[in-house]
Design a protein around this ligand. Structure first.
Ligand SMILES: Nc1ncnc2c1ncn2[C@@H]1O[C@H](COP(=O)(O)OP(=O)(O)O)[C@@H](O)[C@H]1O
Ligand SMILES: [Mg+2]
Length: 180
């Protein structure tokens, strides 16, 4: 992974439970626009998939599965949401066999998804291939749960939004992304 110091000031939150991790993901979901990529970085069991599920749910995905084990990638239709994210691409590069695999799934297109957003677990398995814009979310084990650090990949308006929107928001804040 690129040095975290290169990213605009990350916001670090502590999650005490899988539900809290999903809540944080819902808050992150409302910052996203079509074309954004979310890199999910952390050890096995740190909460990457839990976060991906929460993010997908906030965008209207109802049938999220644990991990795209054999295919590296699953594509989910998002429900109608106001920003026009139609598809959530979930990639898990844990079992990546090399650059050939990346090319066979068309990885570079997932780094600039024109129809929605991409969520990438184990992005460090694809060294040197980074999206132009999006978020790096870093998960660490801490005594009372998990720390979740959210940083923008570029010093763009998303970076400003991370700083503004993720600080000091009550944990039970609901995000309504679906038209209703
Ligand atoms: N605060 C927390 N956030 C997320 N998961 C947690 C937390 N506390 C405990 N867990 C547990 O840790 C595991 C995380 O699994 P998962 O999200 O699949 O991790 P990863 O995709 O990083 O391997 C689950 O079994 C979950 O119940
Ligand atoms: Mg996982």
């Amino acid at each position: 992974m690129p040095d975290r110091g290169t990213f605009a000031a990350p916001v670090t939150l502590v999650s005490h439970s899988p539900d809290e991790t999903r809540d944080i993901a819902r808050r992150v979901a409302r910052l996203l626009r079509p074309g954004d990529v979310v890199l999910l970085h952390g050890d096995l069991g740190a909460g990457k998939t839990t976060f991906a599920q929460g993010l997908g749910a906030a965008l209207g995905v109802t049938d999220f599965v644990q991990s795209p084990t054999f295919t590296l990638v699953n594509d989910y239709a998002a429900a109608v949401n106001p920003v026009g994210i139609a598809v959530v691409h979930h990639l898990d590069l844990y079992r990546l066999a090399g650059d050939g695999d990346l090319d066979s799934i068309g990885y570079d297109a997932y780094l600039a998804p024109d129809d929605g957003v991409s969520l990438v677990e184990w992005p460090e398995r694809a060294p040197g291939r980074l999206p132009a814009r999006g978020l790096l979310v870093t998960f660490d084990f801490v005594a009372d749960g998990r720390s979740i650090a959210v940083a923008s990949i570029a010093a763009d308006e998303l970076a400003d939004q991370v700083a503004e929107s993720l600080r000091d928001i009550p944990q039970d804040d609901e995000i309504k992304t679906n038209a209703s």
